[in-house]
Design a binder for this molecule. Structure first.
Ligand code: ZN
Length: 260
């Protein structure tokens, strides 16, 4: 009897002593490369059902560039070019996306903050620009400016051609969440160096790729991530994609944040 109680106590202790960051949870996983997306490699490669095995927090796009992805608390949202929010079927594939399990280590209260101020603030509080950071800001937004991208047909154009005519959306007085990542400078060509955030309103009527905002008040949470995993698409578009060209200018054009 005593031995049995000891066993139970041991298992209880073992369960409690599992660190918050298991090896799996402190990892960001990425589908394809950003330079492939810039070159029009829009064919989906990983079904959402498999993608969501890699985390509960992420951003990206969908097969044939059909809108902006937001994975919030394990629930998948699709902001299409009509500005409406959908729940895509888990059989739909993604051509480019980034995902992790979100375990924020710290949080900060924010008042009256712009995108420029937010970036400067995060830069000043993180231990180094050379790690990945998953970032979430929950709050009340005085203004919010987003965009989406329309479904494309083959032959796919370059992403910079698509975003020249991107639908943009503006709203005032929305509560919601910014979700996304800071990636270090050395991911150039692979992901977007710096900040890449998407927005979803709490009432699920507004969202998209973030271009700018004025935050009234909110909470910033940051999760430092030191592991990086890439899943490369085994399709003809990716096989033909080319990496000798420096696409930094194209990356800045398609990301297109407001200069405020
Ligand atoms: Zn985006």
């Amino acid at each position: 009897m005593m031995k049995r109680i000891l066993y139970i106590l041991f298992f209880l202790f073992a369960a409690c002593s599992v660190p918050k960051h298991s090896k799996e949870s402190n990892r960001v996983t990425q589908i394809s490369t950003f330079d492939a997306l810039l070159q029009g490699v829009f064919d989906g490669t990983v079904p959402l059902s498999a993608f969501q095995q890699k985390g509960n927090f992420g951003i990206g796009t969908f097969d044939a560039l059909d809108g902006e992805m937001i994975l919030k608390d394990g629930i998948m949202y699709q902001v299409k070019a009509d500005g409406k929010i959908y729940h895509p079927d888990i059989s739909i594939k993604t051509p480019f996306a980034t995902v992790c399990y979100f375990h924020p280590e710290k949080d900060w209260r924010l008042n009256k903050t712009s995108f420029v101020q937010l970036r400067a603030m995060i830069d000043s509080v993180v231990p180094s620009p050379n790690f990945f950071y998953a970032i979430r800001i929950k709050g009340s937004f005085k203004t919010i400016h987003t965009r989406s991208v329309p479904l494309q047909k083959k032959p796919y154009p370059a992403l910079v051609e698509v975003t020249k005519n991107q639908p943009e959306f503006k709203a005032e007085n929305k509560t919601g969440q910014l979700i996304g990542f800071y990636c270090p400078e050395f991911v150039k060509g692979i992901n977007v160096p710096g900040y890449h955030l998407h927005f979803l309103a709490d009432d699920e009527t507004f969202g998209g790729h973030l271009l700018g905002f004025e935050l009234e008040n909110g909470v910033l949470e940051i999760d430092q991530i030191n592991q990086f995993e890439m899943l490369l698409p085994d399709n003809s578009g990716f096989k033909k994609s080319e990496y000798k060209t420096d696409r930094s200018d194209e990356t800045k054009k398609v990301e297109g944040s407001e200069k405020i």
